[in-house]
Write a protein that binds this ligand. Structure first.
Ligand SMILES: [Zn+2]
Length: 263
């Protein structure tokens, strides 16, 4: 194909694309949103994370366990003062009993009343310790059920009543604002992820107007359940370039923005 015949073909393709895309829900000039979230209130989030994030000038969401906040109270107060969002991650972190660490506190043995009390206790403790009221929740282990078999129930409705956002884990897609459920949003793991892979995810999200909620645990060297500082630096640099069209903000800020866009 010659250049002369290629140009009209590209123009037609451009028109088809523009017609197929719904109007952007994102702020002016942005094509996608990204949030960095870190779970469990682990010590490395304070010891390595706060300084790194301050240097990069970005704000993230920490889904904390109040027991861990209590152990490092001054550090977590500093995280709040730096503008990071504090989210609820339950009080006792119940997951399926298939994880040995959760065998004695298994979701299979819970009912809706018990999980409500656990989430409420975390909310009260976070309020007392840090003086903030979380608007975002992250399902421990990304699991949103209680009970087993015919008695199993989803606790997504409880989260929907209490929070603007309920974030999952190990999601295989980013959130499409026109289709997703804010109380059951997908979380994309970025522990042990190379910088280039994270940037590829952002690029794909920009093409489809999506919201990537990255989920990590420790901050520091790249390893199991630890996000490489270099990956965080690469995401921040990518989002800083206006040409990439990425809105990088806390999960709560993006959830609030989207809530305002709903009919
Ligand atoms: Zn967790």
């Amino acid at each position: 194909m010659t250049m002369r015949s290629l140009i009209p073909a590209l123009l037609i393709l451009g028109c088809v694309n523009a017609a197929a895309q719904p109007p952007s829900v994102w702020p002016q000039g942005k094509r996608a949103a990204a949030s960095l979230t870190f779970d469990d209130a682990r010590p490395s989030q304070l010891d390595t994370g706060l300084l790194l994030l301050e240097k990069l000038g970005i704000r993230v969401t920490f889904f904390v366990l109040p027991g861990n906040v209590e152990k490092r109270l001054e550090g977590w107060k500093r995280a709040v003062a730096l503008g990071h969002e504090i989210g609820n991650h339950s009080r006792t972190h119940p997951c399926t009993g298939n994880y040995l660490f959760s065998r004695a506190n298994a979701l299979e043995d819970y009912d809706l009343e018990r999980i409500t009390l656990d989430i409420g206790a975390a909310q009260a403790a976070i309020g007392k310790l840090l003086g903030v009221t979380p608007a975002s929740f992250a399902y421990p282990c990304g699991q949103s059920f209680v009970g087993r078999g015919r008695q199993a129930r989803s606790y997504v409705p409880l989260v929907a009543e209490r929070f603007l956002l309920g974030r999952g884990y190990m999601g295989e897609a980013a959130n499409d604002p026109s289709a997703f459920d804010p109380a059951n949003a997908m979380g994309t793991p970025f522990d042990d992820m190379a910088p280039a892979q994270a940037l590829g995810i952002l690029e794909a999200a920009a093409k489809e107007g999506r919201w990537v909620i990255f989920v990590g645990h420790d901050i520091g060297p790249r390893k199991f359940q630890s996000v490489d500082a270099a990956t965080i630096e690469a995401i921040a640099a990518y989002a800083r370039n206006p040409a990439n069209g990425i809105w990088l903000d806390t999960a709560g800020a993006v959830a609030r923005h989207l809530a305002g866009k709903r009919p």
